[in-house]
Design a binder for this molecule. Sequence first.
Ligand code: PLP
Length: 358
Amino acid sequence: KFNFCAGPAALPDPVLERARDELLDYQGHGLSVMEMSHRSDAFAEIAARAERDLRALLAVPDNYRVLFMQGGASSQFAMVPYNLLGTGGTPNYLYTGIWGKKAIAEARHLAGAHVAASSEANGLTAVPRPEDIVLSSDAAYLHYTANETIGGLEFDYIPEIGDVPLVCDMSSSILSGPLDVSRFGVIYAGAQKNIGPAGLTLVIVRDDLLERALPNTPTMFNYRVMAENGSMFNTPPTYAWYLAGLVFDWLRHDMGGLEAMDRLNARKSEKLYAAIDASDFYSSPIAMPNRSRMNVPFVLADETLNDAFLNDAEAAGLLNLKGHRSVGGMRASLYNAVPEAAVDALVDFMREFERRHG
Ligand code: PLP
């Protein structure tokens, strides 16, 4: 069966098979990774290898710290303002969908938030163009959501904003292709899409930004404390960290790295959008340059067929195609672990369904 879930998402079969083989006895240590002390040499090696592979995949520059945190991307909505407002200024945000809106709401708990550009006027179907972004004169940072998972809206560029730190929620697009990390102040991502199991949150932060936390920042929210303690100020999510390491290893050594993933992800999403565009039976509302490669929402012209579509898809082994409850319709998430064969099977199914009902 093929799993198109938006998250927690499919994990690569080779990763799950390796985890199964190592579940009870990790490489002769006589215990499971789940049962190991996070201070043990064996776990220290697992943790360091995961970071090494991630740094290699994304070519993370030396002046960036990689943090393995908890609390999901939603906790980062609060951690970002806590960590970056200590030297004053106003948080700036781009609003392109539901996740960005939640990030803005969280910043507003702590400080005012300035919306520097918004997709509201076009119904969240296109991201603002670079010339539409107007920062406040005292911008502390600019936050945006690289890929809005629910709306299926993805930035086709990285905003250029001079010295103001750029903060990006990459929960649903990180590792889908190469990335110039040096353009960003902070990158964060919940793990449960392209990284590993839920429970782990990845943060990549430029080291000069570790000195900007508000004095009342809770210790567990403080990037500097996390960086100084190797993400082990408390007990980290050890098993999720280990599985993320297996995913990084798979991407690097089995899949050929992020350039190869980039080509594969382009091919997968282009095939599906081509099928959607090929008929009036299906449609996508998103502007061409901003169509997400990871989350492909689409609607049936006749919405009374939605239940039949989902039931028949499930019977054909195509799982979790229902759109988010807030927007309806369908959504196929095509993360790294979703093979091209899954897209081929979905496209075949869509054609056949249209033939029967069109
Ligand atoms: N940001 C984006 C872009 C997401 O897709 C999600 C979850 O789907 C979140 C934030 C929230 O993540 P979490 O559930 O890890 O808090």
